[in-house]
Ligand binder design. Structure first.
Ligand SMILES: C[S@@+](CC[C@H](N)C(=O)[O-])C[C@H]1O[C@@H](n2cnc3c(N)ncnc32)[C@H](O)[C@@H]1O
Length: 200
């Protein structure tokens, strides 16, 4: 494991790092969320409760495979539901969710895992419920900075929009999409895509 991965696996370092870009990512997600109502939220790959404050008034379930992150999340929000589990393996007995958030998690999963995850998730999605995904896109041109940030990342599966389309278009339709540059200190490190998806 790279030194940078070891540091990022510690909640304090992850929160400090993600704090540099997280507000922008949540602003875009919130822009989409402002257009519909939701009450039951499933946050997959929730980290150390990075975005839980946006949903803490709702019925909320957060899942992450990093035990340290989940322990931190439970301390921050003891009244909410956090599970230390692999999202590709977890099953729920819950009533359905009308909002499922996948914020910067799909680039950690192989194609087969993504397809199987979406196949499973549509069973947990209520009628008219939405899945929100936010992902950095693989640069279509030779962008050295963005390729460098991807090399530093713990995820190994960066994709283009058309690669994502192939994975979920059999089950899901894109309702809304916002693309934006994510910058640190004025430098664009990632080309982001946030999408609202619904069952077909
Ligand atoms: C880039 S972080 C994003 C965390 C959070 N959503 C955020 O916006 O800050 C990716 C997260 O996915 C988690 N993760 C990666 N693969 C996972 C898996 N198979 N099951 C559960 N969590 C996973 C990591 O532990 C990490 O917390």
């Amino acid at each position: 494991m790279k030194v940078i991965d070891k540091l990022l696996n510690i909640p304090f370092f992850y929160k400090s790092w993600s704090g540099l870009v997280n507000n922008k990512k949540m602003d875009v997600i919130n822009e989409i969320l402002s257009e519909f109502e939701f009450s039951h939220v499933l946050d997959l790959g929730c980290g150390p409760a990075t975005n839980t404050h946006c949903f803490s008034q709702n019925y909320y379930v957060g899942v992450d495979k990093n035990k340290k992150y989940i322990n931190k999340a439970k301390i921050l929000y003891p009244e909410l539901n956090f599970y230390n589990n692999d999202i590709t393996k977890i099953e729920f007995n819950e009533t359905s969710f009308n909002l499922i958030i996948l914020n910067s998690i799909l680039h950690h999963l192989a194609d087969k895992e993504v397809t199987e995850l979406f196949q499973k998730l549509i069973n947990y999605l209520s009628d008219n419920g939405s899945i929100i995904i936010t992902e950095p896109l693989y640069p279509s041109h030779n962008n050295k900075i963005q390729k460098f940030t991807m090399q530093l990342d713990r995820g190994n599966y960066f994709r283009t929009v058309s690669e994502y389309n192939k994975l979920y278009s059999p089950f899901l339709t894109v309702v809304k999409e916002i693309r934006y540059p994510l910058t640190i200190f004025g430098i664009t490190g990632w080309s982001m895509c946030c999408r609202q998806l619904k069952s077909k």
